[in-house]
Design a protein around this ligand. Structure first.
Ligand SMILES: Nc1ncnc2c1ncn2[C@@H]1O[C@H](COP(=O)(O)OP(=O)(O)O)[C@@H](O)[C@H]1O
Ligand SMILES: [Mg+2]
Length: 235
């Protein structure tokens, strides 16, 4: 098991958001976390990344508890977090933005990510190498955000709503791009509103409602669970 959440409870002040959330992820697996707005999906990723500190429960990553560690410590252990808001630096070029993703003291890792390897896999970004981040399209900025996180050589990538606000044709690009990342062996937790896209990309899906996991199953199982989709996903 790469990651295991056991009865995680997270709060914002006195608001009890995550309520006994338990999830697990095998090494190399991509899973989806879906549910309506405001149910706690982002809070789940933030709790794993250490941006929010759970008040109780355990988050085991390679059998070690992450709860209480700072975000940079969690990132150093191999957990890359791509938050909802794209944090590119508009005045820096694509290459300069990517260089920011390399962790201090990371050193040369032959099998790890490099700008060249990233460009080989994602030629669309290579074409933009010398362009300022702020001049990229929304989809390109999203790819840049993800690739910058890859530069830190994560084993697990947490991606929060990567296609939000993107035009439909660009959604396809970002989706293909996430698929490539999965094929490279990185484990993924994908939070995404577009269920069709999640179904295409992951092997297991968790559905969340009001801070609790209410369903866990394969994409096929979710597709045939009409009651769950009607109750927790469809408008
Ligand atoms: N920084 C915050 N302070 C207080 N409440 C928050 C904060 N962030 C999110 N919330 C609340 O926590 C709940 C879960 O939010 P979130 O995890 O962002 O949901 P989702 O990602 O599923 O849309 C929502 O009710 C939201 O209003
Ligand atoms: Mg969210």
């Amino acid at each position: 098991m790469l990651l295991e959440l056991i009865d995680v409870n997270s709060f914002y002040d006195k608001s009890h958001i995550l309520q006994d959330v338990s999830m697990r992820l095998e090494s190399g697996e991509a899973i989806g976390l879906v549910g309506r707005n405001g149910v706690g999906k982002s809070t789940t990723l933030k709790s794993i990344a250490g941006v929010v500190t759970p008040q109780s429960g355990r988050i085991l990553y390679r059998d070690k508890n992450l709860v209480g560690l700072r975000p940079h410590q969690i990132s150093r252990r191999g957990v890359g977090y791509v938050p909802e808001e794209r944090r590119i630096i508009p005045n820096l070029t694509v290459r300069q933005n990517l260089l920011l993703g390399i962790k201090p003291g990371q050193g040369e890792n032959k099998d790890g990510w490099s700008i060249d390897k990233a460009y080989e896999l994602f030629p669309q970004l290579k074409k933009r190498d010398g362009h300022r981040g702020g001049n990229l399209s929304g989809g390109e900025q999203q790819m840049l955000t993800i690739v910058r996180t890859l530069m830190g050589d994560p084993d697990l990538l947490l991606i929060d709503e990567p296609t939000e606000g993107l035009a439909p044709n660009i959604v396809e690009d970002v989706s293909r791009f996430i698929c490539e990342i999965g094929k490279s062996g990185i484990s993924i937790i994908l939070v995404e509103q577009k269920i069709e896209l999640v179904i295409e990309l992951v092997s297991r899906i968790y559905v969340m409602s009001k801070g609790q996991i209410v369903f866990e199953g394969t994409p096929a199982e979710l597709e045939s669970a009409d009651d769950i989709r009607e109750k927790y996903l469809e408008v």
